[in-house]
Design a protein around this ligand. Structure first.
Ligand SMILES: [Fe+2]
Length: 197
C-alpha cells in the first residue's frame, strides 16, 4: 500500500456513485442497501486509497473517522479502526448501514429484542472483501469486536444519515434501560478527495 499518496480517486468515485443513488433512491432503503453494497464491494476490493490518518488506532478504544458526509446528510462514509482486542458496546444505529471489511477482521454478535429484552442472536465474522448490513428493519442491535488480538483491523462503513450526529442507544445486558449516545467522529480532518488526478 502506498501511504504517501493514497489513491483517493477510488473514494471520490464511490462518493459520486452513492450521491447519484441517493438522488434517485434516497428514500428507498432496500434500493440504497443493494446499490451501495455493490459500490462498497468495489471500493474495498483495493487497499490503496485510505489515507494513513484515517487508519490510526487508539491505544484504548476503537476509532471512527469521517471520510465523507453528504451535504444533505442522506449518507456518511467512515473508517472504523480497531486496535488489538478492541470492541464496541452493544449498540443500535437507527438508520441503514453497510460494513465493508478492508483489513484484518471483525466479529459481529447480533442481538434481537424479545418481549423488550435483548437476546443473543447469531455471530458473524467479516473478513477482507466481506460486507455486512444493519438497519432497524433487518436487525439493528449488535456488538462488534476486532477478530484479532495482535493486529489492527479496519472496516469502511456507509450509513443512511450523518452517523456521528445521530442520537442512538447503547445497551448494557445488566441495565434495564439503554443509554442515549451520539458518537461524533475521532478527527476534525477529512480526506481531500477533490484535488490531484
Ligand atoms: Fe454498529
Amino acid at each position: 500500500m502506498n501511504e504517501t499518496r493514497p489513491n483517493l480517486v477510488r473514494l471520490r468515485d464511490f462518493v459520486r456513485r452513492v450521491t447519484d443513488l441517493a438522488d434517485d433512491h434516497g428514500g428507498n432503503e432496500a434500493a440504497m442497501l443493494d446499490g451501495v453494497e455493490g459500490y462498497l464491494r468495489q471500493l474495498i476490493g483495493h487497499d490503496d486509497w485510505l489515507p494513513a490518518f484515517c487508519a490510526e488506532p487508539h491505544p484504548e478504544h476503537y476509532q471512527q473517522y469521517l471520510l465523507h458526509c453528504d451535504p444533505q446528510e442522506r449518507f456518511s462514509v467512515v473508517s472504523f479502526v480497531w486496535g488489538p482486542d478492541q470492541a464496541t458496546p452493544v449498540h443500535d444505529h437507527t438508520v441503514w448501514g453497510l460494513i465493508g471489511m478492508l483489513r484484518g477482521g471483525e466479529v459481529e454478535q447480533r442481538f434481537r429484542s424479545v418481549d423488550g429484552a435483548l437476546e443473543q442472536g447469531e455471530t458473524v465474522a467479516l473478513w477482507p472483501g466481506d460486507v455486512g448490513r444493519v438497519s432497524p428493519r433487518i436487525g439493528d442491535v449488535h456488538k462488534v469486536s476486532n477478530a484479532h488480538d495482535d493486529r489492527v483491523s479496519v472496516s469502511i462503513h456507509v450509513y443512511g444519515g450523518n452517523i456521528g450526529r445521530i442520537r442512538r442507544r447503547v445497551y448494557s445486558l445488566e441495565a434495564a434501560t439503554p443509554q442515549d449516545f451520539v458518537s461524533g467522529y475521532a478527527s476534525s480532518m477529512i480526506p481531500n478527495i477533490w484535488g490531484g488526478d
